[in-house]
Ligand binder design. Structure first.
Ligand code: ADP
Length: 588
């Protein structure tokens, strides 16, 4: 539809010629034929109504043609007018063909028939006063005049009906006008709402395109910094220089904060612009919760908090496993963060009328009633007026709620200051079938979920480097083929891998990667390669050569995630820290 067509207000007749209206009118005419046939020869009555039916059917067929509907409004209105006036002239002429002098009942039927036609015309032609007025006059005037002329001599009743017909015509015209202005007003409002919605949709689309583009490019340098941190930390360790070690730790903390901020802001924007879709499948809740409890146990232990999970096996929700994992991980993080030492955090599952209620309860400081809705907004932190970035960003719950909504659920909070908080995630129940229970692989929870940045006060003289980086790691492989087109990322990865005692050969394109079949125990492939080549395809081809493969992507792309999972290829999303890369290589 063109912009002009979209903004054009339709004629009321554009939608009036339905099959239902056509057959309803034909039924009324049939009734009239039966009634008039009692006083007039039936051939005469049938012939008269047949002409009306033929013109009506012709009009119905004509105006429902797609080519006619595509014509400009002015043309359509001209055609509607011609048909209407021709029909009404013919209807009005009934005062000669269907009039039986002295037969009061037939004259009453005739008048009713004409007034019925007039009413239909007036109702249908709202919006075109000239078309309505002329049509009404053509339909009612000849018969009214005849009634008036003859009614004065024969019957005062018919005379009254004639006058009534005229009055009704005028009333209809006024009604038609009032309705016209009403419709105009409604149309104007709808047009404005549509324009606003279109503008918003266009904005959302350009925003999503923009962020899809920057997402990939922003992650590359952040990823490279993370990789450089490994060797840098080892160098600082080797020199025994305290100041250098502190500087490296400062860079590491800033890198984590940047990584966190970048990921969360990008997640939020991508969700708001509709790019992120939930991959809803039957997901068993118990193993997912168990794995999350294990992942959070170290943080909980450090905070002196105990985690208890009360989730029975066999409960399936219709959810995206990774999204649900992010939601629960955030709630657990907060529950641990805001609990005093010695307290217990409980994860409990309850049945709700249409699904599940998964609760994370803590006995912490609680949330003031006035703040309970605000905490789901972006960048809101009730206890961090100084905006200390190391204590989180205030985005966790905003993202968690969006994830929950994408899974057709929600998150609510119940809390009282000083008496702890209960965060409840509602999720629809999954209809579980046997094949789901047998075939569905569990969620890939081996990668630790994104943690908020916790406040770490480093005491003077404390070992600042990551423990994994202090010693030479043990790796089963010797040669790494690195397939990466970004020179910054490639240089950082090369240096990191070499610092682990590995031999690295770097290539940029798919063709170069597949050329040397002998080098490499393992291939690390970027997911997006030059000339539109797919990193996954290259990884699969390299695996056929006998290499182990690891795919690293600059985008959080659900389709790629699924494809990699289907082929059993390990996928990491940039930015990847040196310890994560090391842990994955050791596992491979
Ligand atoms: P952050 O990642 O900074 O913690 P969130 O969006 O997860 O951000 O939380 C926003 C705010 O909500 C927190 O700063 C805190 O004030 C409040 N909050 C969230 N969970 C809890 C809880 N379990 N107990 C007390 N306050 C909480």
């Amino acid at each position: 539809m063109t912009a002009a067509a979209a903004s054009e207000r339709p004629d009321p007749e554009d939608s009036a010629h339905t099959a239902l209206s056509l057959w309803a009118l034909r039924a009324c005419e049939l009734l009239c034929v039966l009634m008039f046939s009692t006083a007039i020869p039936w051939q005469q009555v049938c012939a008269w109504f047949a002409v009306i039916a033929a013109v009506s059917v012709l009009r119905w067929w004509h105006v429902n043609q797609p080519s006619f509907k595509a014509r400009p409004k002015r043309h359509r209105q001209r055609v509607y007018r011609i048909y209407m006036w021709v029909l009404m002239t013919y209807v009005g002429s009934a005062c000669w063909f269907l009039y039986v002098p002295g037969n009061l009942p037939i004259q009453a039927v005739l008048m009713s028939y004409l007034l019925g036609n007039a009413t239909l015309v007036a109702v249908r032609l709202t919006g075109d006063v000239m078309r309505t007025t002329i049509a009404l006059v053509l339909a009612v005037l000849p018969t009214s005049i005849r009634f008036m002329a003859e009614g004065a001599q024969h019957s005062s009743l018919l005379f009254m009906m004639g006058v009534g017909g005229l009055l009704m015509t005028l009333t209809m015209v006024f009604l038609s006008r009032a309705q016209e202005s009403n419709v105009k007003h409604q149309y104007e409002q709808r047009r404005r709402a549509e324009a606003a919605a279109n503008a918003l949709a266009a904005m959302g689309l350009s925003k999503s395109r923009f962020f899809a583009a920057v997402s990939h490019d922003l992650r590359q340098p952040v990823h490279a910094i993370g990789l450089y941190l490994g060797p840098l930390s080892r160098m600082a360790q080797a020199t025994q220089d305290r100041q250098a070690q502190r500087a490296v730790e400062g860079i590491r903390q800033s890198w984590r904060a940047l990584d966190d901020l970048l990921s969360q802001v990008l997640d939020l924007t991508r969700m708001d612009s509709g790019v992120v879709q939930a991959d809803l499948r039957a997901t068993e809740i118990a193993p997912l919760v168990a794995s999350l409890v294990t992942q959070h146990s170290a943080v909980a232990e450090a905070a002196g908090v105990r985690i208890v999970a009360l989730v029975r096996p066999g409960a399936f929700a219709l959810a995206d496993a990774l999204m649900l994992q992010r939601v629960l991980s955030n709630l657990l993080d907060n529950a641990i963060k805001f609990s005093p030492p010695g307290a217990t955090v409980a994860v409990a599952l309850r049945r709700a009328s249409l699904g599940w209620r998964l609760q994370v309860r803590d006995a912490g400081m609680g949330i003031a009633p006035g703040a309970q809705q605000r905490i789901f907004e972006e960048f809101v932190q009730e206890d961090n007026d100084a905006r200390d970035r190391r204590r989180g960003l205030g985005l966790g719950l905003a993202i968690a709620r969006r994830f929950a909504l994408l899974m057709n659920g929600d998150i609510t909070v119940r809390s009282a200051p000083g008496r702890g908080s209960t965060m409840t995630v509602t999720l629809p129940r999954a209809p579980v079938t046997v094949d789901v229970l047998l075939d569905r692989p569990g969620p890939d929870v081996s990668e630790p979920p994104r943690q908020p940045v916790h406040y770490v006060e480093s005491a003077p003289g404390e070992l600042l480097a990551h423990p994994d980086e202090a010693t030479q790691p043990v790796l089963a492989m010797r040669e790494v083929l690195l397939v990466e087109d970004d020179s910054l990322v490639a240089a950082a990865t090369r240096q990191l891998l070499r610092s682990w005692g590995l031999q690295v050969r770097h290539v940029e394109t798919a063709a170069d990667a597949l050329q040397d079949t002998r080098f490499g125990d393992i291939a690390i492939c970027d997911a997006r390669l030059p000339h539109g080549a797919s990193g996954l395809d290259v990884a699969l081809a390299l695996r056929r050569q006998g290499k182990k493969v690891l795919l690293i992507s600059g985008e959080t792309n659900a389709a790629l995630r699924d494809a990699a999972q289907a082929h059993g290829v390990r996928l990491l999303t940039k930015p990847v820290s040196a310890p994560t890369l090391l842990a994955v290589l050791q596992k491979l």
